[in-house]
Structure formats: structure tokens, C-alpha cells
Write a protein that binds this ligand. Structure first.
Ligand code: SAM
Length: 292
């Protein structure tokens, strides 16, 4: 973990700069993880998704998230807060013809390449900070945040901005890894995996799912649902060692040097696997709610 002596706001700023560099340089590598540029883990459904086909599980996560938005037949304005290359947006646009999708990210690479992938579709990616966007209040019917709020440490301000953006009656769905207990209560191995994961993937910190539930209650959300889906996600996490080995071999045979950011990303994936093994400390959750 980065030195604790750095004042918090400087630490957050430094983390953000590193995160943007990381995504500008390493986003391309995700093509190896997912043909559709899904930059998240998957959701396994027995007899539906194929254990050996990673993209089928990654797209099932998009399916599970979009299903919980309860999108009706009328026009639905959706925002993806931390949209990566827009894989979830493209999935949702294909499934629901009445959706207009906006994505925000801080990476120029993702804005440019993600918008190329969205060409001809009802969606656009903008360079905006999900903690304070320039959109008017009560603009969106739906919001999603898949493995993105962790970069800002599952901060209350990210949830507050999401609440501001949603119309009354609007729904959001978050899919992400959370702590099951306070950081101070993690065992030695858990603390090691946590610190390494945060520093390699530029995560400010992770919060507990209990903190998120309480924050959502404080913000006035209703129908708050916190689902532990760790066992559904585990099969795609187990793909990590094979994906890392394949990626390194591909680069070696192509006589390419691994970029610093790529190596950092690979190590981060390994620490995600290591964290996942500490099942009493970490879990993967889908959290959803409705704005009153
Ligand atoms: C692991 S990727 C997930 C991308 C996408 N949700 C997906 O599942 O494919 C995290 C994303 O969060 C974005 N992100 C992190 N912090 C952000 C911030 N403060 N404002 C906007 N986007 C942010 C990154 O640029 C990146 O696109």
C-alpha cells in the first residue's frame, strides 16, 4: 500500500493520476481477457454459461446487472459510471432498443476507442469524473457501476453523485468486490493481499458492504438489496492464472516487451485471485436500489 504519511487528498489525487495512466496504457491488454472488452469478472450460471468460455461468463455479468435495472418499454436513459470500453453499454443497447446510454471514464484512450466501438449505436462515452459529473440532477432512469467505484475507495461521494443523477424511481446496480469486515480486522494474509491489490490496481481502498448499505439508507434509497455472488464469480476469477500465462506467452512469442503498466495489471489480477481466496474477508456483491 502507498505510504500512509501522504495526506489523504494528495493520496487520492496521486491514486487518480496513476489510475488514469494505468488505463491509458493497459486497456488494450483487456482484449486478451475479453473479446468484447469486458473489464470485469464474470457470472457463472450452471448449464447456461460455459466454464471454459470466459466471455460467456463476463457477458452474463452484464445480463445480471441489466436485468436488475427493471428496464421497462419506455425510453430509458442509462449512465455507466466508470464505463471502461463500454462493453456493458453495448450489451445493454443490444438487448434494450429503448435505452440511450452514456458512459463516463477518466481515460482518454477509453473515450476514443470506446466511442469507436459504439459507432452507430445509441450511446456515447464522455470524459467525466463519476464523483462530480456535469449532468443535471434527476437526468437518468438507470445507473450502473461495475468494478469502478473501488478506484475511489467506494467513497460516499460516488454514491451521492449517483443518487443526484437518478430520477425519482430510477434504479442503480453496482457489481464489485467489498470487504466483509473492517480493514483493521483483516488477518495477516488478508491484509497483505488487500494492500497489494489496492496498489497494483490503483484502488484508493475497498469498503465493507455494510458501509455501502448504511450509506444508501442515509441517502434515502429504497428497496436496497445486497447479494453475495462470490460463488458465481469464482469460476471467472480462476481463469486469472491461465489468462496471465497466455498473455505472457503471446508477448514472448511476439518478441514484445511487456509494458510496466501491463505487468502491474497482471500482478493486480494475481492479487485479486489471492484476495478471493480469503473468503472470510472479501466477497463479490451485486448491490441494487431505487431512488425514492
Ligand atoms: C475495471 S474498469 C471497469 C470498466 C467497466 N465498468 C467494465 O466493467 O468493463 C474501471 C473503470 O472505472 C473508471 N474510473 C475509475 N475512477 C473513475 C472516476 N473517478 N471517474 C470516472 N471513471 C472512473 C476507469 O477509467 C475504468 O474505465
Amino acid at each position: 500500500m502507498k505510504t500512509q504519511s501522504i495526506p489523504y487528498s494528495n493520496f487520492a489525487e496521486q491514486n487518480r493520476i496513476e489510475m488514469v495512466d494505468f488505463y491509458n496504457e493497459a486497456t488494450e491488454d483487456y482484449e486478451f481477457w475479453s473479446n468484447d472488452y469486458n473489464m470485469h469478472f464474470g457470472y457463472f450460471v450452471p448449464f447456461k454459461t460455459n466454464l471454459f468460455k470466459r466471455d460467456s461468463m463476463l457477458n452474463e455479468m452484464n445480463m445480471q446487472v441489466s436485468k436488475r435495472l427493471n428496464i421497462s418499454k419506455t425510453k430509458n436513459r442509462l449512465i455507466d459510471l466508470g464505463c471502461g470500453m463500454g462493453a456493458t453499454m453495448r450489451y445493454t443497447l443490444k438487448k434494450y432498443k429503448n435505452v440511450i446510454a452514456y458512459g463516463v471514464t477518466l481515460s482518454d484512450f477509453q473515450v476514443q476507442k470506446g466511442n469507436e466501438l459504439l459507432k452507430g449505436k445509441n450511446g456515447i462515452i464522455l470524459k467525466e469524473n463519476y464523483n462530480h459529473t456535469s449532468f443535471q440532477s434527476n437526468t437518468f432512469d438507470s445507473a450502473v457501476a461495475i468494478e469502478s467505484f473501488c478506484h475511489s475507495g467506494h467513497n460516499f461521494s460516488s454514491l451521492k453523485e449517483m443518487h443526484r443523477l437518478l430520477k425519482p424511481g430510477g434504479r442503480f446496480v453496482i457489481a464489485d468486490a467489498f470487504l466483509k469486515k473492517e480493514r483493521s480486522q483483516l488477518c495477516k494474509g488478508g491484509k497483505y493481499a488487500y494492500n497489494k491489490l489496492c496498489s497494483h490496481w490503483s484502488l484508493e481502498k475497498l469498503e465493507t458492504h455494510q458501509f455501502i448499505k448504511k450509506s444508501l439508507e442515509d441517502l434515502g434509497f429504497k428497496d436496497i438489496k445486497v447479494e453475495d455472488i462470490s460463488f458465481r464469480v469464482a469460476p471467472s476469477v480462476l481463469h486469472v492464472p491461465f489468462a496471465i500465462a497466455g498473455f505472457i506467452l503471446k508477448n514472448l512469442f511476439g518478441f514484445k516487451n511487456l509494458k510496466r503498466e501491463s505487468l502491474h495489471n497482471l500482478k493486480g489480477s494475481f492479487y485479486a485471485l489471492l484476495s478471493g481466496l480469503h473468503m472470510k474477508s472479501f466477497g463479490y456483491y451485486i448491490i441494487s436500489a431505487t431512488k425514492r
